[in-house]
Design a binder for this molecule. Structure first.
Ligand code: GLC
Length: 490
């Protein structure tokens, strides 16, 4: 149950650390930065896909599920990374992409494996997440194949038992190598309606909207995770199944925990769609607290490789707001997932149109190289952003956001109630979001432009977003400046 107490750290492998200077990150690069991750205080890393891929969707179009992309290294490099990380108390979680393969995966051109993919004589009305019809005609067969994403990413047919067996073997293959678990790509979408029924279209005629009810979140997907959890459970320590679950209805999302026999951590991604507003964020958190089954932990994140980084999206680059956001993510009950650079307040980068490499055109700016120093460390596959917030300078400055994150992680490690104590909201001024953790702790964040106060807390400030108020008595009344937050304990 290690994931209940853990802080995860997502690494976009292509942009994290480049050991051989060829312009993109690799596994030896990550190995060389393990000392940094240990210093920061994270418990596990999740690496974006490392498998061979033609990169139509930057690794999310896999052509060999048991291999390593030559840009990143070899299986030996994986083993070395897992061993070195373990020596520092860090686990390595990989990314599994079971919804689809690359169109260059040998399965897709193998006539004996036709039924491994989803085919129709005529397209239904489903559209691809990246736009346009979700169906492309294949000249050889004259039939249409389904792709919820790019035409280069044909969807697998999860009604086929051979597909299921194949992925169960893939789980064993990596779990046997000591991988701590998988983040499962579009975990809610594997199974499609068996009859391929049209999705309902709602809204006005001029602005129709497809409700993706037949190609996403089908009830039968849960059976797959029951099988996978049984596999994960047979390992010691139990392997983690972390779901990319874009399911905004919390009751539906809760089903991915099953009866503690499916995913241990289905991500609550709807948090990233909320504004940086105390009432909106609180509603989602309290909804999850009330809806998720007893004994489960919610998985929170603010950024990832598909969305605008939270220091920009929520905080407009404002340092005080960024620290409030970090305090929320790391102070809630749950397993937080930091995206590389979040600990620095790394911002979204405006990548000019003629430099954009991503099919969805909006995601490059969240995937820029990790700023290790004030000057670019070589020439990368994608441009650097502003390097003002960089590891070297921020590590040398104990008042920096990086140190704030480190201190917060230290406190979490030291205090069991900050890791697993219950969450209980404290009523009061709605723009200060205050919650108790366990019996002795509270977190308060003022998400407003005015000074505010919280009454009724007990203890002293153990950490504040400005790193200047430690030890101050907070009993009775805690005053917080605009965009200031604090952890109070005894
Ligand atoms: C997930 C990934 C995203 C990818 C898509 C298709 O949403 O996070 O990067 O484009 O799946 O695999």
């Amino acid at each position: 149950m290690w994931w209940r107490d853990a802080v995860l750290y997502q690494i976009y492998v292509r942009s994290f650390a480049d050991a051989n200077g060829d312009g993109h990150g690799d596994l030896p690069g990550i190995r060389a930065k393990l000392a940094y991750l240990e210093w920061l205080g994270v418990d596990a890393t999740w690496l974006t896909p490392i498998n061979p891929s033609p990169n139509a969707d930057w690794g999310y179009d896999v052509s060999d599920f048991h291999g390593v992309h030559p840009d990143y290294g070899t299986l030996d490099d994986v083993d070395a990374l897992v061993a070195d990380a373990a020596a520092r108390g860090i686990k390595v979680v990989l990314d599994l992409v079971p919804n689809h393969t690359s169109s260059e995966h040998p399965w897709f051109s193998d006539p004996a494996k036709r039924d491994w993919y989803v085919w129709a004589d005529e397209p239904n009305n489903w559209t691809s997440t990246f736009g346009g019809s979700a169906w492309t005609k294949q000249p050889e067969t004259g039939r249409y194949y389904l792709h919820n994403f790019l035409p280069e990413q044909p969807d697998l047919n999860w009604w086929n038992d051979d597909v299921r067996k194949e992925f169960e073997e893939t789980l064993h293959f990596w779990f046997d190598r000591g991988i701590a678990g998988f983040r499962i790509d579009v975990a809610h979408a594997l199974v499609k309606d068996r009859e391929l029924r049209d999705n309902p279209v709602v809204g006005k005629a001029r602005d129709p909207r497809e409700e993706r009810v037949y190609n996403m979140n089908r009830p039968e997907v849960h059976e797959i995770y029951r099988d996978w959890r049984a596999i994960a459970r047979a390992y010691d320590p139990e392997r983690l199944l972390l779901g990319e679950t874009w399911v905004s209805n919390l009751a539906e999302l809760a089903k991915y925990y099953g009866d503690d026999d499916e995913l241990q951590l289905p991500m609550v991604l709807s948090l990233t769609l909320a504004h940086f507003d105390a009432a909106e964020l609180r509603e989602i958190v309290e909804g999850a607290e009330q809806t998720f089954p007893e004994g489960t932990v919610p998985a929170w994140c603010g950024s990832n490789h598909d969305i605008v980084r939270f220091p920009t999206r929520w905080c407009g680059g404002d340092e005080a707001k960024i620290r409030c956001a970090l305090l929320i993510l790391l102070g809630l009950r749950g397993t937080p997932i930091l995206y590389y650079g979040d600990e620095l307040g790394m911002e979204q980068v405006a990548v000019p149109e003629d430099e954009q490499l991503d099919v969805a055109h909006s995601r490059d700016g969240a995937r820029t190289p990790m700023p290790w120093g004030a000057r670019p460390d070589g020439s990368w596959w994608i441009r650097h952003g502003d390097l003002t917030r960089n590891v070297e300078d921020m590590r040398a400055d104990e008042t920096s956001t990086l140190w704030f994150t480190k201190r917060l992680l230290e406190l979490r490690r030291a205090e069991p109630e900050l890791r697993s104590g219950s969450y209980a909201s404290v009523d009061g001024d709605p723009s200060i979001w205050t919650w108790r953790r366990g019996d002795a702790w509270a977190v308060a964040v003022n998400l407003s432009d005015r000074p505010r106060a919280v009454k009724g807390l007990q203890g002293t400030i153990r950490l504040d977003t400005g790193l200047v108020r430690t030890g101050e008595d907070a009993t009775g009344k805690l005053r917080l400046g605009p965009w200031e937050g604090a952890v109070v304990g005894d």
